[in-house]
Design a protein around this ligand. Structure first.
Ligand SMILES: Nc1ncnc2c1ncn2[C@@H]1O[C@H](COP(=O)(O)OP(=O)(O)OP(=O)(O)O)[C@@H](O)[C@H]1O
Ligand SMILES: [Mg+2]
Length: 234
């Protein structure tokens, strides 16, 4: 579904990603793990068109992303749950969800998608008129995921959904990821909670200092000494 080939990206004179190649097949959940500053968020931003690809190529279902304008990438079926959620804190949950349905395809289906999100996340229905900024961290994450799903994406990019949440809530966030997979979405997720994310994905890539170091099935990475020592404290 998603095919990234030798992609480079950066900011001004700083290069943050070096020849990154990865793929995500339809129906898969794939994680990118790695330390602070490795370039994980940069990778997500590059895939969703928020920053340009400097070299290499990204294809979504065979279509090169450089052929479409950045704001049209979401029309190809890619939705992004950004780092730190980026909700509009002084808008209601429902208005935040509405912001996710801005695409040509999603707008006419707004009501239908909203009902679907409320069915998937009944908590959001209960809280529909609450200001997003007054909800708990876990609820805000649920709202941010719901907002991304409003565009009826094929591929959901999630940037550290468990960051900054209490351990019990972290568990709930990973349960959400499981549920999203059951709904049939393909998922690319960035996480520092390595032990836990490897329980919910099929495969993972390890990104360090802007380069992919290794990749494998979740089982392989869970068993790898490199990953266990550096990321799981084992
Ligand atoms: N807007 C920016 N301008 C300049 N440099 C940036 C910018 N955003 C990120 N960087 C740099 O790019 C590198 C990769 O950052 P990125 O945010 O992608 O890392 P990350 O893996 O997501 O880290 P974290 O786990 O802390 O979120 C870092 O060295 C960072 O300082
Ligand atoms: Mg990041």
């Amino acid at each position: 579904m998603l095919d990234v080939q030798n992609a480079n990206a950066g900011y001004d004179t700083f290069q943050a990603l070096f020849d990154v190649s990865l793929e995500v097949n339809a129906g898969e959940a794939v994680a990118v793990i790695g330390p602070n500053g490795a370039g994980k968020t940069t990778l997500m931003r590059m895939i969703s068109g928020l920053i340009p690809i400097r070299a290499g190529e990204i294809r979504m279902e065979g279509r090169s992303l450089s052929e479409v304008r950045p704001h049209e990438i979401v029309e190809l079926g890619i939705a992004h749950v950004p780092e730190n959620r980026r909700l509009f804190p002084r808008m209601t949950v429902e208005d935040n969800l509405r912001m996710g349905a801005f695409t040509k395809t999603a707008r006419p289906q707004f009501r239908e998608r909203l009902d679907y999100i409320y069915e998937l996340f009944p908590r959001m229905k209960e809280r529909r008129l609450q200001y997003a900024g007054t909800m708990s961290g876990g609820e805000q994450q649920m709202c941010a995921i719901g907002r991304a799903l409003m565009s009826k994406p094929k591929l959901l990019l999630m940037d550290e959904p468990s960051a900054g949440l209490a351990p019990v809530i972290v568990q709930q966030v990973f349960d959400l990821v499981r549920r999203i997979r059951q709904e049939g979405y393909t998922v690319l997720i960035v996480e520092q909670n390595v032990q836990q994310v490897l329980q919910v994905v099929d495969r993972a890539y390890l990104l360090e200092a802007g380069s992919l170091q290794t990749s494998g099935t979740a089982e392989e990475l869970l068993a790898s000494d490199q990953v266990r020592e550096a990321y799981m404290g084992l």
